[in-house]
Design a protein around this ligand. Structure first.
Ligand code: CP
Length: 308
């Protein structure tokens, strides 16, 4: 039963519950008109203490396409957080105005605190370098829609695997499906944090390797998940400038890739995928943004307990 639940960590829902959300999202994609009024009378609040294009706007588009309404703020400066109000007090107040809320916050754990004080479902829209569970739902729906399954893959993650919260969340989520292998491509300084390696990969005996070159592992990949170097999480600019262009995917690098490999990226991109790749049939990152809206429609319906 998903009604009334919070989504803070990608492991908060079982694979069966995730499947329920993906199934509903599939139904919405097939027949969106059927769902156009199901959330009439409900309000979604988007509490974004950090910038966002896709997550905030796809949440808002999702609620509007379900016939509901939206309210919220798009930066801490536009809320009373700037006067020193706590996350707990903010969410207690919002619980009086809205039926469900999505929150993005630069501090890891802030949405978890919010959930402790909230009377309405809280959805984590990204907390610091920690997790981004609705991007994970987006990624799972994209993979399932384009590849037809969620098991038996070699998945390459490339770029900033240290601060990239979408990477941490997707590794955790995919580790629950059968026969998933990971190839982790990053500079030494931007490797996947030890807590993910120890608590997920090693503990579950998942096959993974860490490498610092993309070209040599390209032929083995079924999915290539590129990521941006997360400028906003660096402590000094020199390190960011040195590392920001470590990997740039172009058509040359794709020469040895499988024909049916898919290229994903949570976006925004900076330089890490050359624009010439956008027209390659394997590029899936803009389709991914559309799946993100549909999966958030499914998620909102499930957490509100709305059915047709
Ligand atoms: N993928 C993602 O979280 O994008 P935004 O930062 O634009 O929301």
């Amino acid at each position: 039963m998903l009604k009334g639940r919070h989504l803070i960590d990608p492991m908060d829902f079982s694979p069966e519950e995730i499947d329920e959300i993906l199934q509903l999202s599939d139904e919405i994609i097939k027949n969106p008109r059927l769902y156009a009024d199901v959330c009439k009378g409900y309000i979604l609040a988007t509490l974004f203490f950090e910038p966002s294009t896709r997550t905030r706007l796809s949440f808002e588009a999702a609620m509007l396409r379900l016939g509901g309404s939206v309210t919220g703020f798009s930066s801490a400066d536009a809320s009373s957080a700037v006067k020193g109000e706590s996350v707990a007090d903010t969410v207690k107040t919002i619980s009086n105005y809205a039926d469900i809320c999505a929150m993005r916050h630069p501090k890891e754990g802030a949405p978890k605190i919010a959930a402790m004080y909230s009377d309405i479902p809280v959805i984590n829209g990204g907390d610091g370098g920690h997790h981004h569970p609705t991007q994970t739902l987006t990624d799972l729906l994209t993979i399932r829609s384009l590849k037809g399954r969620l098991s038996n893959f070699t998945v390459g993650f490339c770029g900033d695997l240290k601060f990239g919260r979408t990477v941490h969340s997707l590794i955790k989520a995919l580790s629950r499906y059968e026969n998933i292998k990971f190839v982790l491509v990053s500079p030494e300084e931007l490797r996947v944090p030890d807590y993910i390696k120890d608590e997920v990969l090693t503990k579950k005996r998942i096959d993974f390797v860490e490498v610092d070159k993309l070209e040599e592992i390209m032929p083995a990949l079924d999915i290539l998940y590129m990521t941006r170097v997360q400028k906003e999480r660096f402590f000094n600019e020199e390190d960011y400038i040195r590392l920001k262009d470590s990997f740039i995917l172009d058509l040359n690098k794709l020469e040895n890739a499988k024909d049916d490999m898919i290229i994903m990226h949570p976006l925004p991109r900076v330089n890490e995928i050359s624009m010439e790749v956008d027209s390659d049939r394997r590029a899936a990152y803009f389709k991914q943004t559309k799946y993100g809206m549909y999966v958030r429609m499914g998620l909102i319906m499930k957490l509100l307990g709305v059915e047709i």
